[in-house]
Design a protein around this ligand. Structure first.
Ligand SMILES: CC(C)(COP(=O)(O)OP(=O)(O)OC[C@H]1O[C@@H](n2cnc3c(N)ncnc32)[C@H](O)[C@@H]1OP(=O)(O)O)[C@@H](O)C(=O)NCCC(=O)NCCS
Length: 181
């Protein structure tokens, strides 16, 4: 167990910066190469500085469309390698209560199965608490067992399922209580 903690202690959850550009592009290339669903990653376009600036505007809630809420994008870096991306939304809307919740995350395919998502979520919960949230909602496809496990290992308790507004397929919803955790 102590080995796991030592291994994972070098994962950092960072705010976006432009110096990550080569790593970010390699990260995205891996998702494309592995034919992962496009919803898992976000293309930065040619102007990486503008992409990073846009992420910071979203975190501050500037220029958002009506349906959007302020959202931090956080990058998980381990040994100078970008291994995951996490989104932390500051509040829910009815749409996010059905699908998306407060927090979403993905880990690059070659880094999966090493506890990285579990550690990312644990660190994000501290950030959510710092935002003043007392509990957070997460959702996943009901057959996404790895993601569900990450939620449960971080104190997630499954509540009523919802339906994906796009596909109609059931989504599992998990609440994590930040006051008792
Ligand atoms: C889901 C995802 C983030 C997990 O990342 P990860 O870094 O591999 O996760 P971790 O290593 O922290 O933990 C995965 C847990 O799920 C378990 N797991 C993995 N595949 C599983 C499966 N098919 N069935 C059951 N459990 C599974 C692992 O054993 C581990 O649990 P354990 O520590 O008790 O053994 C990653 O697979 C991913 O990015 N998937 C695509 C994007 C996605 O689905 N994001 C979530 C959207 S809600």
């Amino acid at each position: 167990m102590s080995g796991w903690i030592e291994t994972m202690s070098n994962v950092q959850l960072l705010h976006p910066t432009t110096d990550i550009e080569p790593e970010y592009r390699a990260f995205i290339a891996e998702f494309i190469e592995q034919q992962e669903p496009e919803m898992f990653y976000r293309l930065p376009g040619d102007d990486f500085a503008e992409f990073v600036a846009q992420l910071h505007r979203e975190a501050r809630g500037e220029g958002l469309p009506d349906w959007a809420v302020p959202q931090n994008t956080l990058w998980a870096v381990r040994d100078a390698r970008l291994v995951g991306v996490l989104k932390l939304r500051h509040r829910l809307t009815p749409a996010l209560e059905s699908r998306g919740g407060h927090i979403g995350y993905f880990v690059r395919p070659s880094a999966r199965g090493r506890g990285i998502a579990t550690r990312m979520l644990a660190m994000a919960l501290d950030k959510a608490r710092a935002l003043g949230l007392t509990r957070v909602l997460l959702t996943c496809d009901i057959d996404n067992h790895a993601s569900a496990r990450v939620m449960v290992k971080n104190g997630g308790v499954r509540t009523t399922d919802s339906a994906d507004p796009g596909t109609g397929l059931p989504l599992a919803r998990y609440w994590i209580d930040l006051e008792t955790r």
